[in-house]
Design a protein. Structure first.
Lengths: 212, 489
């Protein structure tokens, strides 16, 4: 089945094949939403699970993402014209004082792999930029990454800033990064914690559907 | 007050704590050295003690009742080794100590300042380790207000070494102490808060050489000298290493790599110096590897294949208790060679007889000690960081690896590493394996040189401001190499 072929080529990171199969699927009158959900997202889900189990590693996730984006390039205009929307919107960044971005980029890939629109604020991001972005974009989720024990306290600072500006209840906050733990996340009042990019994507979907 | 009976090897001691105190804190205060690589966050599993026959995490345990615990024993001695080279001595009177103040291990050398001879040496584990294995955890502790505690620990430990040298060698006074170490270690030594180093843009309170009266620091010597550092994450131990291999008078293209806690790399091309820090260390020093450990007695240091049978060698030939960095390289190389893992690092069924040791995604080295799929992934991350750091510097300097004439490997790791195995898994560049020189404890050697002759100290001062530092986080060139180099090839 063509959707199966899309999923398999995506998992293998074969961007050209994904493009070919997506075009073929559209020609065969399969709806863009079905191609997205049961072809592309399906493939990324499998990669996500395998990544969680260490069966595939960072490079495989990145090349699968590249293949997904190749497919999305073809699909996006059609999705737009049919009014298909992403299932939710997320803002993601690495907090102030921290320059690490590889983990954040992986989370972004996995969120997009679930059909969530993801706006990346970059690294070393201060609270005023985040507050402004939350006000401007009105996201469902705010993802905060901190890779050092010395910078993770800023996640707490952001949550406090959201409270002060009366934005806390308008967005779900997820935290992550090597030194971050479930216990710490609870302590600072985050809505969720995940130990890896794939779990983060699953949690994000959960938080979005709960919030509806 | 609650009573705690602490069983260790053949001894038992009674200690007390308040109800509600954290068990790891209590043990630390009593002077027990308990590893806590993650700084007490409950992640690394290294702070385990036995309670009622079960292993519990002391960092997650609150003392509520009287209890009896058993400490899992680890011998705390570091390693002693090093290469000596010909150096010019400036005659001084008395004795001096050259101290290599490592994050994990301290190595001290007692020198006769008149003859330049090494009289005695001593090495031991840095007792700050119970506050966290790596520099970031120590900075974090300072952030939390423990700077003075960490400072007192190291002052006490160094004074112990000074007394030990005096007693062992029948001397009354030691004139000088010269210290080489990473930037964070030096800051804590002189009780200066290293907190700014933990947060971008990583501003450093001081980088220059420092001289103190021993009294001002509470150390039992007349004068204390601290070697200068290059940046927040490239310390005086690297400057000392550059000195030790006489890079300053060598016209060739040189790479210098310290495969340790911080993975620092220096590149010298056409009289220009470039430097970076890859922070790949934790895997090579044991943290985040299930059975990982530093180079202590009983650590498996080498693994090889002898006619399809596994051969293990341990440090001091003691019974194996874990795996240290060099053995990790050996194991991954071996698994790759026997096709028990593929190039992506994934375990797979192989025809090789050794494959029977693969059970449940774990490869067993002994009945108890194994390496897991997750351990292999950690190794891939660590080795990729190191080689990618090298490639990023080479890229920046616009020079190919083939043009490198010498590759110095510093740090304890270098002493046990098999360079061909390191090449086969992509930790070291294959093109220059035959150009490798094991620099041994280059930080210690450079410290000795600087202690014995002021001209070497001056060279350090010239070098430390002369290195262009390349930041790797958020660096696209590095990131691309980093992803590519995760494969084992």
């Amino acid at each position: 089945m063509i959707l199966e072929s899309i999923s398999l080529s995506l998992q293998k990171g074969k961007a050209q094949d994904v493009k070919t199969f997506v075009k073929e699927a559209l020609d065969n009158k399969i709806t863009p939403k079905e191609i997205l959900d049961n072809g592309l997202i399906q493939g990324m889900n499998i990669i996500g699970e395998k990544f969680k189990n260490n069966e595939v590693f960072v490079p495989e996730v990145l090349i699968a993402a590249r293949a997904m984006n190749a497919g999305l390039e073809i699909l996006r205009p059609v999705l737009l014209s049919e009014g298909v929307k992403p299932i939710g919107k997320a803002l993601i960044c690495t907090v102030k004082g921290d320059l690490h971005d590889i983990g954040k980029n992986l989370v972004k890939i996995m969120l997009e792999g679930k059909g969530i629109e993801c706006i990346d604020l970059g690294v070393d991001v201060a609270e005023d930029i985040i507050i402004k972005a939350v006000q401007e974009h009105n996201p469902d989720i705010l993802c905060l990454s901190a890779l050092l024990t010395t910078t993770m306290n800023y996640q707490r600072v952001i949550i406090e800033a959201l409270k002060k500006t009366n934005l806390r209840n308008s967005v779900k906050v997820m935290v992550g990064g090597a030194p971050v733990t479930e216990k710490y996340a609870k302590e600072i009042g985050a809505d969720g914690y995940s130990p890896d990019a794939a779990s983060a994507a699953n949690l994000a979907v959960q938080l979005i559907t709960e919030g509806v | 007050m609650k009573k705690i009976l602490v069983y260790q090897d053949d001894t038992v001691k009674e200690i007390y704590s308040q109800s509600g105190e954290n068990l790891l804190e209590v043990l630390r205060k009593q002077g027990y050295l308990i590893a806590a690589d993650c700084g007490g966050a409950g992640i690394c599993q290294k702070c385990q003690v036995k309670y009622h026959g079960k292993n519990i995490l002391s960092c997650q345990t609150t003392v509520e009742n009287d209890m009896a615990i058993e400490l899992l024993s680890h011998e705390g001695k570091g390693l002693e080794f090093g290469l000596d080279n010909n150096i010019e001595i400036e005659v001084q009177s008395g004795y001096g100590i050259a101290l290599d103040l490592g994050t994990t291990t301290i190595a001290a050398y007692l020198l006769d300042l008149e003859t330049g001879n090494e009289v005695n040496r001593y090495s031991t584990i840095n007792l700050q380790a119970s506050y966290g294995a790596d520099v970031i955890s120590r900075i974090k502790k300072c952030q939390e207000g423990y700077l003075n505690d960490l400072h007192q620990i190291i002052i006490k430990e160094i004074n112990y070494i000074i007394t030990h040298f005096k007693n062992n060698n029948n001397i009354d006074n030691i004139e000088r102490l010269l210290v080489s170490g990473n930037t964070i270690m030096l800051h804590i030594l002189v009780n200066v808060d290293p907190t700014p180093l933990g947060i971008a843009p990583f501003t450093v309170p001081f980088l220059e050489k420092k001289v103190f009266l021993g009294n001002d620091l509470g150390l039992n010597v007349s004068e204390v000298t601290l070697l200068p550092s290059i940046s927040a994450y490239i310390g005086s131990d690297i400057v000392s290493g550059m000195l030790s291999c006489k890079m300053y008078e060598d016209q060739e293209n040189i790479l210098f790599v310290d495969i340790g806690t911080n993975g620092e790399i220096i590149l010298k091309v056409n009289d220009k110096y470039y430097g970076t820090s890859t922070a790949a260390g934790p895997a090579f020093e044991g943290a985040r590897i299930e059975f990982g450990m530093g180079g202590v007695s009983g650590a498996i240091s080498q693994v090889s294949l002898n006619n399809d049978a596994l051969e293990l060698r341990t440090i001091n030939n003691k019974a194996p208790i874990g795996i240290c960095g060099s053995a990790l390289v050996d194991i991954v190389a071996l698994l790759l060679e026997t096709k028990i893992i593929d190039e992506t690092g994934l375990f797979q069924k192989s025809d090789h007889p050794l494959c029977k040791r693969l059970q449940d995604d774990k490869f067993y080295l002994t009945e108890r000690i194994y390496i897991s799929q997750k351990d292999i992934r950690e190794f891939q991350l660590a080795k990729s960081a190191i080689i990618s750091g090298m490639e990023t510097l080479l890229d920046y300097a616009q020079i190919s690896i083939k043009q490198i004439n010498k590759l110095y490997i510093a740090g304890g790791f270098g002493f046990y590493i098999d360079k061909y195995k390191a090449g086969s898994v992509g930790l070291l560049p294959k093109e220059v394996l035959d150009k490798i020189i094991i620099a041994g404890n280059s930080s210690g050697i450079g410290a000795k040189m600087s202690l014995l002759n002021n001209k070497y100290l001056e060279i350090c001062e010239r070098l430390h401001t002369n290195v262009e530092v390349i930041e790797l986080s958020n660096n696209q060139v590095f990131t691309n190499y980093f992803i590519e180099n995760m494969f084992l090839k």
